[in-house]
Design a protein around this ligand. Sequence first.
Ligand code: PMP
Length: 347
Amino acid sequence: MLSRSFTSHSVNGFTGAVGNTPLIFLKALSEKTGSKIYGKAEFQNPGGSVKDRAALGIIEAAEADGRLKPGGTIVEGTAGNTGIGLAHVCRAKGYRCVIYMPDTQSQEKIDLLRMLGADVRPVPAVPYEDPRNYNHQARDYARETQGAVWTDQFDNTSNADAHYRTTGPEIWKQTQGEVDAFVASTGTGGTLAGVGRYLKEQNGGKVQVWLADPPGSVLHSYVTSGGQLKERSGSSITEGIGQGRITNNLGTFVDKLDGALHISDEKSIRMVYELLDTEGLYVGASSALNVVAAYELAQQLGPGKTITTIICDGAYRYQSRLFSRKWLQSKGLTDAIPEHLKKYAVL
Ligand code: PMP
């Protein structure tokens, strides 16, 4: 039997190819839990990640409200994927693209941004409270530059709106309205709040929406302690996620979450290897963390449920780390990979 149905349609350019990603049934984990677990294949967006949706949504909103004019400049502070999405959309639409990013990000991502024509400015990886933080530098540069727009992915709610308009309805349609739960991690909160808000509006709020949080993020404890915001401490291997504050994109939706799961780096890296081994999926660490969370949520909710999550991007942008024995050792994660999966760590 062919495993793929053929649909014949064409789209208009890069921007037309954003969204409408498949929802992948994750067979092994579904069988183990007796529930249906699905991951939304956001690595199939033309820029390679879930952030293409936010990038397009933010740029089109800035065009619509007149802040972004032909030949203008887009400026963002980003750990990577949003910048890549923005750089693609800028090339497709003829804008200049300036990206500030912490100097701790992988070389693959920096190289790709530069190849896409973005002006990349690495800055020290300091917390949000520090004025040298990449977000503040991006904002200040946009303020001082004529025709420049700071896209402000964390607090510009055009980001969550893009997911409310596209990702949420796609999941609802793809599950034929049979979704019981959605779980996702948060960088800006755009995906979680946008999808979550849409799904909760569909059947009287019955869809449960859960947060998945890596080490070093404060949101898990915020949700489980009834709204106490702790000081951020610790770090994680999962690039692109984890948060130290309630962004505008998360907004009041954070108080409507049904729960939160804290997922260790050991579990996330192991799932990177397991998804490759059992499903043939080559995904980044935040995607793996999301899938661990979907699996744990399935166990918690009991069999017979439909649980959805996001496969944010592929492993290509992180492969020199995730599949390097030396790197795994430097992070104390060698023992997190079972013996039979160690063959994939070829670097
Ligand atoms: N995973 C990866 C790899 C990302 O780059 C991001 C965005 N920074 C996310 C997950 C989280 O998405 P959001 O910003 O919508 O919360």
